[in-house]
Design a protein around this ligand. Sequence first.
Ligand code: NAP
Length: 492
Amino acid sequence: MDLRNIGASGNARLLADTPTDLLIDGAWMPAEGGATFPVSDPATGEELARVADASPADGRRALDAAVAAQPAFAATAPRDRYDVLMGAYQLLMERIDDLALLMTLEMGKPLAESRGEITYAAEFFRHFASEALRIDGGYQQAPAGNARFLIAKQPVGPCLLITPWNFPMAMGTRKIGPAIAAGCTSVVKPAHQTPLSMLALGEILLEAGLPAGVVNIVTCTSAGQVMEPLIRSGRARKLSFTGSTAVGKVLLEQCADQVLRTSMELGGNAPFIVFDDADLDEAVAGAMAAKMRNMGEACTAANRIYVQRTVAEDFSRRLADAMSALRVGPGAEDGVQVGPLIDAAGRDKVIDLVADAKDRGARVLTGGSAPEGAGFFYPPTVLVDVPGDARMAREEIFGPVASIIPFDTEDEVVAAANDTAYGLVSYVFTGGLRRALRVAEALESGMVGLNQGVVSNPAAPFGGIKESGLGREGGAIGIEEFLEVKYIGISV
Ligand code: NAP
């Protein structure tokens, strides 16, 4: 069924079918005292639903369930875990239309992008289903010959999984997939702006046959008060967090006391470098993908677009043409390519960063001011001659604003690209093989897109260095984050 034009009554039906309670020990239950909070549509500001607002006691109950379920789940056969993940993969794909609309309503991105995210999210389940079957070990002779080493891998134990609003489903499956594959139970806390997609995922996991207590979902408005006692309880063995670097640092400190295993997928400040030997059509298409995916609200978004001076004007004009041709509007409307930003704070930040860059001498080629009216819209914007000391060269823009900075030499641009505390992803566009490899190796980031504007792939190791994070998600390495290595020494 095509849900794009089902209108308000269809939306109401979809919303009425989506769970709004907490998922604890395999059952949906209200929060303590029946507390709820509103979830609203960023395209209109209107309330979509009210979901359970968990208290610290609710959080404790969720962790109780995860801890109780852990031993039996660790003992399940890898093929049983494979079956659950593949069942959930299939349900996600069967329900992609409903799930995409739900995501667009709560998060704002255009329907085509929501569909893309549901597919991406489902692929993590398909990928990690197979990984469950491949958990390996070893058997080795001691160098002196008098002993043997048996090397086994075991689930880490109950996990706390905290996810952001910008990819409401995929940031969840990227953690839940490997946790289930490894045999770990979890308490999942989605962002307060976008809990509905995660709650819909919880129902799918139950339908796919996930045992009670293995995944528990806690929605709340007081993340710190609910999660800190769980982190400090000593009963969880791992925290996997995706979100801002500022919150990640607070959580790392909390984890230190219990020496919790951590995975941290944090903020980015991606450089996007265009050399004068690049195919400019490809570079513009790459910049559009790297900048405009998710309205620019992505940790991987091109935040600083460095263009070699000889082609800077040509590139900027072409990019401005492509950006100004995009249709802005509510993500559920036909043909819309750019939806609203997530909330007033998100849009205000973009407005401030653009004003700051203009004050410092940047020129606006297209866009540059927010429209009046309901919804948190901001137009696709291209700024040129952005000085290196502009705030948007240092901070995540998290909006549809391309910030173009000219450069002259390779050494200069590599130094500028690396002059940031972040190190998630970099993009390089060049026609020269040697330069491509030289620059890709010199860039301080966990990932590099070489002549491509999107790096995310469930089968590849996603993650950053420096203040962009610790650990990797996806790829063959993704499941290792949820496994402990145990060595058993055997005398012979
Ligand atoms: P955020 O403010 O850091 O929030 C992320 C999550 O942490 C939310 O669920 C939030 O809950 C929760 N949280 C906030 N304070 C907490 C605390 N004291 N204790 C426990 N949990 C807490 O980030 P966001 O604005 O949602 O997401 C955008 C950020 O995520 C950007 O910086 C982006 O770069 C980053 N990101 C990184 C990746 C990656 O893979 N590296 C991917 C996507 C996004 P509430 O919603 O209730 O506040």
